[in-house]
Design a protein around this ligand. Structure first.
Ligand code: MV4
Length: 448
């Protein structure tokens, strides 16, 4: 079935992105928005808009009844969750489908499997995907049994919440005498944050890179890996700069891991876009978790693969068959994304306010995904992302040089931004050399 109207259960730059993809397919878009976003340009850009509640996300963008009511009264055929908010909520996906809407994403059961980090790892191991060595399943209650498991893994170990993910509910333990108290603390944090105290253990990888594989699957058993990304430049699990392809990794090794991800998708009947997150250390890949949503950094893969991933999401949700063939290496050229945030560049403290001056250069090698223009407000209620600055070139050096040039011509006034940090990173000799690990930004801020 072809959708006539899609409800966008999200805001900001990703709402603009989904509006554009919908429009390119002749589909109308309805933006469900909070009162804080009523006057935002992305609301005006949509074909229709429904206010779903007050500013706090819990009362608007996370409010399932309000979102379903908005879909109902705006006669939507399908709901696109974007990323963040309810994009990985099996409950939301299930409620949407039970209410008669197509959820543009994987099935609720696939979301559930990958949301349980033990089930996710077990699924990957069955498909031959290498995982971080660790406990067989969730940890027992007995502290002595846990200590024995930790000894068999070898210190340092990483304690993780079974229902966690995205860096939440994790704690490193380097000495055996600290294990018991760390387990108790992490379990209570997991119970409070996720309603599930269950934990598992893994060997702690000291200096890994974060490398991820983008997959795209339809509802007819066709699955493809369409690119790889290095997202190691991050701070406290908030990505700052991402690129495709991952540098200094043998392309046949990338293809091997990509094909294993495809096998895993076929095994679980995965539908839509998905990202397999790996840690890469000592030339080895270790599966960490799967993100069952569109990622913020999807544009770098769109530029290196030539695909429109949001259009593909919609077409797959309509039941269409992907007209793709698996390429040996689907990546060509090099793309880099910098996340421009309304935050202090040194303290990372959010800096909401009104944009008084917004100057962005235009080049055919520059893509800007944003909802911002002069006069727009940056509310304090949501994440501080105001634009994604993306460059593409035939090689990494040129993509970096283009990013340096673009960033040097951006002017944002009215809020503080992380533009100085982005400019620093793009010019950093280690970043220029490539293959930095996940601690790079943290370490450099300590050194400087
Ligand atoms: C790890 C790790 C080191 N060793 N697991 C888990 C959620 C994922 N988004 C990041 N996670 C990590 N799991 C083991 N056994 C380090 C991280 C990690 C990380 C990984 C990639 C990119 C940024 C990161 C920031 C903090 C921790």
């Amino acid at each position: 079935m072809s959708f006539k109207r899609i409800l966008i259960a999200n805001r900001g730059e990703i709402a603009v992105r989904i509006i554009r993809a919908s429009r390119s397919l002749g589909i109308q878009s309805i933006v469900a928005h909070s009162t804080a976003d009523s006057m935002a340009d992305f609301v005006q850009l949509a074909d229709d808009a429904v206010c779903i509640g007050p500013a706090p996300a819990s009362r608007s963008y996370l409010n399932i009844p309000a979102l379903l009511f908005a879909a109902e009264c705006s006669k939507a055929d399908a709901i696109h969750p974007g990323y963040g908010f309810l994009s990985e909520s099996a409950t939301f996906a299930r409620c949407a489908e039970e209410a008669g809407f197509v959820f543009i994403g994987p099935s609720p059961s696939a979301i559930e499997i990958m949301g349980d980090k033990i089930m996710a790892k077990q699924t990957m191991l069955k498909a031959g995907v290498p995982c971080i060595p660790g406990s067989e399943g969730r940890l027992p209650d007995d502290p002595d049994a846990i200590a024995t498991i930790a000894e068999s893994i070898g210190y340092p170990v990483m304690i993780k919440a079974v229902s966690g993910g995205g860096g939440r509910g994790m704690r490193v333990v380097t000495e055996p005498e600290n294990l018991a108290s760390a387990i108790t603390l992490t379990s209570e944090e997991a119970r409070n944050a996720f309603g599930d105290p269950a934990l598992y253990l893994e060997r702690y990888l000291q200096k890994p890179r974060h490398v991820e594989i983008q997959v795209l699957c339809d509802n007819h058993g066709n699955a493809f890996w369409v690119g790889d990304r290095d997202c190691s430049l991050q701070r406290r699990n908030q990505k700052v700069m991402e690129e495709s392809p991952a540098v200094a990794i043998d392309r046949s090794q990338i293809a091997e891991i990509g094909n294993l991800c495809v096998a895993a998708c076929q095994r679980i009947g995965y539908r839509g876009v998905g990202t397999f997150e790996f840690l890469y250390e000592d030339a080895e890949f270790f599966f960490v978790e799967m993100n069952t949503r569109l990622q913020v950094e999807h544009p770098v893969t769109e530029l290196t693969s030539g695909l429109d991933l949001v259009q593909a999401q919609i077409l797959v949700a309509q039941g269409e068959t992907l007209k793709l063939r698996q390429q040996q290496d689907p990546v060509s050229g090099h793309a880099i994304e910098c996340r421009l945030n309304a935050e202090d560049s040194e303290t990372f403290v959010p800096s909401p306010g009104t944009i008084s001056n917004w100057q962005i250069p235009e080049y055919d090698w520059l893509r800007i995904d944003t909802h911002i223009s002069a006069g727009q407000k940056v509310p304090p209620y949501y994440d501080s992302l105001i634009a994604k600055i993306i460059t593409h070139a035939s090689d990494r050096d040129q993509a970096l040089a283009r990013m340096d040039k673009a960033l040097s011509e951006i002017i944002v006034e009215g809020v503080r931004t992380n533009l100085p940090l982005l400019r620093d990173l793009v010019r950093d000799p280690d970043v220029q050399r490539g293959a930095v690990d996940i601690h790079f930004i943290q370490n450099r801020s300590i050194e400087t």
